[in-house]
Every structure is written in C-alpha cells, then in structure tokens.
Design a binder for this molecule. Structure first.
Ligand code: VG1
Ligand code: CO
Length: 544
C-alpha cells in the first residue's frame, strides 16, 4: 500500500452544471477523467485534509468503481475519516443529513439523478459543503478552474475494500467507516413528522398507498420508513430494490416515466395516495386517487398547511421557489404575510436563504420540495409531509388541492422539454428571444398583454453574489407567464425547457383539463421562440 503521484492532462469540459458534473459513463471511464475532478475537489477544499468526508451515491452503474477510486484519492490526500453508505448507497437527502449530523467537512455524492443509468448512460459527481448543500457557484467555479490546470493527482495503491459490511477499515492513515445508509435519515424523519398519527392512518384499513422507488436508491429508505416504522402494508413500496440501470427505465418521477404507479391510482381499486421519487431520492411526485398534484401546487399546499405538521407547527420563516416554478406559493406567502423569494434553478441557491433563516420551505417545479431540515430537496420528506397532512385533515388529496385553489386561485402549469436538440440552434433560439425582450412589454400576443419580459438575474440577499442569464421570463397581465431556459443537467446536445403558467382565480373555471387551459399560452410560446423553425421539432420530447 503506497501513495503515488500520477501525471495527468487537464480536460476542458469539467464545469459543473445545475447539479454537479454529469457526463456519459464512458466519459467518466476515460483515463484520469474522474481522478482529475476529484483531485480538483481536494486541491480547492483544504478543510478536507485532516477532516471528515461523506461518500455515497444512487447505486447506478459505475457507482462502486467510482467510490473505490475516490476512497484511494481521499486517503492519498490526507482525509482523516470517510463515512461511506453501505453498499456505496446514499440518497442525496440522506447524504445531506449525514454531512450535517456528524458535522463533517463535506461530501461527495455520485448521481446523475433522474437520468438513466447503465454502461451507455449517465453518471455524475458533485461536492456538497459542510452545511450539507450543493456547493455554491463560487466553489464549483474554483473546482472547475482547478480542473483546467491540473497536472497530477495523488492516489493510494491498494486493492478495493469491502463496501457491504458495516464497520471500520483503514486505507493507509484514513479511517473508512461503512455506515447504515438509512438509519440517520429515518431518525430525522421521525423528529419532523407525527409517525403515530400516520401509523393510525395505515392501520385504519381504509387507506392504501403505493410508493414507486423506480428501482433507484430510495427503495431501502421507503421500505424502512413506510413499511417497517409506519406499518404500511408489505408491498406498499414497489420497484424497491436499487439496480445499476434502474430496471432499464428512466428514474424520473413524472406522469410519463412513472406510468406503472399512475395505474394504481386509477380504476375501481385505486389507492388513496401514491408517490414516487427519482434516481437519487431528492425528487417526488404526489398523486391522489385519479389526481395529479403539480410540484408547484404541492409546495403551495405545504406552505398553507405547515402549521398542522409537527416539525413546522411553531411557524415558518418564509418560502422560496425557483424562477420557473409557478407563483402558487407566492399567493399563499402573501396571504400569510411570509417573505417569498424567487431564485435561479438549482437547489444551491436555497442554501444561503435556509442558513440565514430567511426561509423554511422551498421548492422547484421539477418535482423538488424541501425544508430547512437538510440542504437538498427531499423526495421521501415530501411524501411524509403529505401523509402527515392527510392523517390530520382526513381528506382526500383531491379535496385538499381543490379547496386550496378556491382559496388562493389555481396556477395551471405545464412544462415542454425539447431534448437533445442541436446546441448551436438552442443558443440561437435563446439569443433571438433575448433580442425581442425590450420590445415585448406593452404588446398584446393572442389577447395576452405582456407586462414584463426579461432575462432573469439574481442577487443573493445573503452574500450579494450575482447570477445572470438564468432564463427568459415573459409575464402577462393577470399573472400568467411563459419561461424559456436551457437545461444544465443534460449530457446530449441541448435541452430547451418551456414553462407555462396560467392563473385562474374564478373557482368555476378551475376544473378544466390543464391542456385545455394552456392552449393559448402554448401557441404564444411556440411562435415567440420560433421553436419549430429553429429546432425542427413539431412536438416536445416530454410534457410534464
Ligand atoms: C433540472 C431541474 C432543476 C433541478 C435540477 C437537479 O435542472 O430543472 O430544477 O434542480 O435538474 O435536479 P436543469 O438545469 O436540467 O433544468 V436532480 O433531481 O437532477 O438533482
Ligand atoms: Co435527483
């Protein structure tokens, strides 16, 4: 066992995107690719030397190999202790929980989240800071700069270690502890939610649920929490065994990819409640009987009902949502007199607001909701929040949401994704939109009058850091909105996202199908961005 220094060449494509560095597995397998990025983390995060690191991932293909490599680089870089989830598994929220609970110096999470897994699919890596949250832009930029000048990395020459037995081993001077992936996280959930009350709901015999782990990391967490600690019937968790290629599926909890779950909510034997989470367990989809809750509505309903939930009954400080997320939560915040923030896409922008106690709850339209309990979005947490709410209110999901609309208005919402389009075409489309922005306010498009049009920029109210070009917003009189932005998590070409929101305050018009309520806005968006002409696409790849 000896430390060696390996000469390497920089790669020029290691800039982290919305949530870490994501590439095809094959790219990560090219010589020194992963090693360079990991060494750049250690070169820029000096507290890790002599410190404690948390390490784990979503179990996708290459997870175990990457963990062995990272452990050996950590040992050669003088990390004194590494906490590794058993089997190399840690959901993103569990990693955040463990980073915080044991006051560590940060964590490395291996995941490409909702992207497919397997030898020809995606892999990802990101660094989380000691607050448990994704590294802010200043940190990811420093890591990126380092990757562009890196000339060598240090690694311990040693065979792979056993990742599947709890307990401690040594790698050179470094203590490696294989820890229970689930326990700390499950314990935290018991502090936040009324488990007795939820258990009574399951024991009542009239309440049924399915949770779809989508063959991804949440399976063991959901089984322990729902079936063991809360007494839900065995079989409540489906697709609960993590697999390296997520059963060949797309671990993205939406109506398209979680269709097996959707079927449980339909027909004569429909369950009362259903939910799913993504590859790394930070996203959630909430369904009632024949009823889909949009993620933006889910956040708004949570804000309105937080006082009913044990961990939040003392009151919440405020709420934040990412810019493309519907303004449903803003309406609740306004009525309750709570501060409300609009941040760029990506969880890293919520960190400062949470640390500074400006907000307690936050969310994104992309099936992400969370709170100040950790610094990542949290899929199972959202499911437990809903379960706790259902147990207290003793109403159906549909009743809770439709009553919410009556009180606050309904923000019809949909997102069109155009995946794997040509990068240059996508850039040109955005540039052309930017050029139109100045002329738009005051114009009327198909009967909708434009109130504002801008390229969203954000100044962090805590540290003053500025993030520009975060997406184009076109706002209409009456509260409807169209947003255009390019994805920062894709690994093939560019993905254009078009977010559409139509506000309806009149209860007699709140029960339309979303598609019908959105037709005008869709037309306006397609024309304004010249989507068909510029991308050659006549329809989106996915509608959520
Ligand atoms: C997407 C979502 C964003 C989310 C990010 C990471 O980013 O839009 O809201 O924070 O994925 O989620 P983008 O840049 O592709 O639009 V996850 O579950 O991948 O950690
Ligand atoms: Co995710």
């Amino acid at each position: 066992m000896k430390n060696v220094t390996i000469k390497t060449q920089p790669y020029d494509d290691q800039r982290p995107g919305t949530s870490g560095l994501r590439k095809k597995v094959k790219v990560f397998q090219t010589p020194h690719y992963l090693e360079n990025f990991v060494q750049a983390i250690f070169d820029t995060q000096s507290d890790l030397k002599g410190g404690t690191l948390v390490l784990g991932g979503d179990g996708r293909y290459y997870n175990r190999d990457a963990i062995q490599i990272i452990l050996r680089i950590a040992a050669a870089n003088g990390v004194s202790r590494v906490l590794v989830g058993c089997g190399g598994l840690l959901s993103t929220p569990a990693a955040s929980c463990i980073i915080r609970k044991y006051k560590t110096d940060g964590g490395i999470i291996l995941s490409a989240s909702h992207n497919p897994g397997g030898p020809d699919e995606d892999f990802g890596i990101k660094f989380n800071t000691p607050n448990g949250g994704p590294a802010p832009e200043a940190v990811t930029e420093a890591i990126y700069r380092r990757t562009k000048e890196i000339a060598e990395y240090r690694i311990l020459e040693t065979p792979p270690i056993d990742l599947d037995t709890l307990g401690e081993t040594r790698l050179g001077e470094t203590r490696v502890e294989i820890i229970d992936s689930v326990k700390d996280y499950a314990d935290l959930m018991m502090e936040l939610f009324d488990f007795n009350r939820i258990r009574m709901l399951f024991e009542s015999g009239v309440f049924t649920m399915r949770f779809d782990a989508m063959h991804a990391v949440t399976g063991p967490y959901a089984t322990e929490i729902l079936e063991v600690r809360l007494g839900a019937a065995p079989g409540t968790v489906i697709n609960g065994t993590p697999s390296t290629d997520f059963g060949g599926g797309h671990p993205d909890p939406n109506l398209v990819h979680a269709h097996q779950l959707v079927e449980f909510t339909q027909g004569a034997n429909a369950v009362n409640f259903a939910a799913a989470s993504d590859g790394d367990g930070d996203r959630n989809m909430i369904l009632g009987r024949n009823f889909f809750v949009t993620p933006s509505d889910s956040l708004a309903v949570m804000v309105a009902n937080a006082h009913l939930i044990k961990g939040y009954s003392a009151g919440i400080n405020g709420v934040a949502r990412s810019m493309p997320t519907s303004q449903a939560a803003d309406r609740v915040a306004e009525k309750l007199g709570l501060p409300c923030f609009e941040t760029p896409t990506g969880w890293k922008f919520f960190g400062n607001l949470l640390d500074d106690r400006k907000i307690t709850l936050c969310g994104e339209e992309s099936f992400g909701t969370g709170s100040d309990h950790i610094r990542e979005k949290d899929g199972l947490w959202a499911v437990l929040f809903w379960l706790n709410m259902l147990a207290v209110k003793q109403q159906s999901v549909e009743k809770i949401v439709t009553d919410h609309w009556k009180a606050f208005g309904r923000n019809y919402y949909t997102r069109y994704d155009y995946e794997a389009i040509d990068k240059a075409d996508a850039e040109a489309l955005m540039d052309s939109l930017r050029e139109k922005l100045a002329q738009l306010p005051g114009q009327t498009l198909d009967g909708y009058s434009v109130e504002y049009a801008d390229d969203f920029a954000y100044t962090d109210p805590v540290d003053g850091s500025r993030s520009e070009r975060q997406g184009i917003r076109v706002g209409f009189a009456g509260g409807s909105r169209i947003v255009f932005r390019l994805s920062g998590t894709g690994t093939e070409g560019a993905t254009l996202r078009v977010y559409l929101e139509a506000y309806e305050s009149d209860p007699s018009k709140q029960m339309q199908a979303t598609e019908a309520a959105m037709t005008d806005l869709v037309d306006i968006a397609l024309k304004l961005a010249e989507i068909e002409q510029r991308t050659g696409r006549t329809k989106p790849s996915v509608i959520t």
